[in-house]
Design a protein around this ligand. Structure first.
Ligand code: NAD
Length: 285
């Protein structure tokens, strides 16, 4: 059996058309969704991510505001800037690009963003709302994964989902979103014993580990749905995921490639959340 490829790029483009229409509607009502992105320091990868976010905003007709701060900026200054953006009615989403320099406490920064503008979905209030099944900003990568499955017509209820990885931005929240949709969820992580035993039971396997080609054919049940979140470079410097694609594709039922799988969905859901925040701001006025 050769797996069906889940084309994240195509699904992301379809979603972006829908978001662009929503942006047009909001503009007619007098609100242009605005996203503020704070970039601290000069991390090359962070700069690339931030540029892509700005580009996506422009393409969808949203406003974007890039705030660049020196590596040496104090925590106080950063928090003051976030506070200013919290108060700015033209800004509907605030995102602080991670990682931050060591002298700044990430947790403090995330918690200083108004939950109503936390379009990354990292604030404990949004996480709590997500856990209890309330309306919330959902974290973009996990949300993007759910949309990929929905758009591919893969049902979730009753399925056994095995998540490999338990980070706060991917592993933990994606498992929660599957649970919210009535899946049975198993989390695996660096201390899990006999990983293969668990992954072999997965109807849907999520790989969010950050190790190139970590999930092999032996980890996968025949016909399983494989979602590869990893963005890594292999020994030749080539972009690759956490799944050994060439061998797993022969056994799985569905698989996301890297690139053009989960990646394009992350920014798309960020745009979605920003438009949603702008729509909520209208409701509040
Ligand atoms: P992380 O480093 O925070 O977490 C990695 C997780 O893998 C940990 O929870 C750890 O317990 C687990 N792990 C490590 N070794 C393991 C092992 N031997 N067996 C089982 N589990 C093990 O990483 P993250 O931020 O969740 O990111 C994971 C990957 O996803 C990275 O490659 C990252 O670049 C990528 N990523 C992609 C997107 C996207 O938009 N596609 C977004 C975020 C992260």
């Amino acid at each position: 059996m050769t797996a069906q490829i889940i084309n994240g790029k195509e699904i992301a483009e379809k979603k972006r058309l829908e978001i662009a229409k929503e942006v047009e509607r909001l503009k007619e009502l007098g609100v242009t969704p605005g996203l503020a992105v704070i970039l601290v320091g000069n991390n090359h990868a962070s700069r690339t991510y931030v540029n892509n976010k700005e580009k996506a905003c422009k393409e969808l007709g949203m406003n974007s505001l890039l705030i660049e701060m020196q590596e040496e900026v104090s925590e106080e200054e950063l928090l003051a800037k976030i506070n200013e953006l919290n108060e700015n009615p033209e800004i509907h989403g605030i995102l602080v690009q991670l990682p931050l320099p060591k002298h700044i406490e990430e947790k403090k920064v995330i918690e200083s963003i108004s939950p109503s503008k936390d379009v990354d979905g990292f604030h404990p209030i949004n996480i709590g709302r997500m856990m209890t099944g309330q309306d919330a900003f959902l974290p973009c990568t996990p949300y993007g994964i759910m949309v990929l499955l929905e758009e591919t017509g893969i049902s979730v209820a009753g399925k056994h989902v095995v998540v490999v990885g338990r980070s706060n931005i991917v592993g933990k929240p994606v498992g929660q979103l599957f649970l919210n949709q009535d899946a049975t969820v198993t989390y695996c992580h660096s201390k899990t014993k006999d990983l293969r035993f668990h992954t072999n039971q997965a109807d849907i396997l999520i790989a969010a580990v950050g190790i190139p080609n970590f999930i092999k054919e032996e980890h996968v049940k025949d016909g399983a749905v494989i979602i590869d979140v990893g963005i890594n470079r292999n020994e030749n410097g080539k972009l690759c995921g956490d799944v050994a694609f060439d061998e797993v594709v022969e056994k799985a039922g569905f698989i996301t490639p890297v690139p053009k799988g989960v990646g394009p969905m992350t920014i798309t859901m960020l745009m979605y959340n920003t438009a949603k925040s702008a729509a909520w701001s209208l409701d509040r006025n």
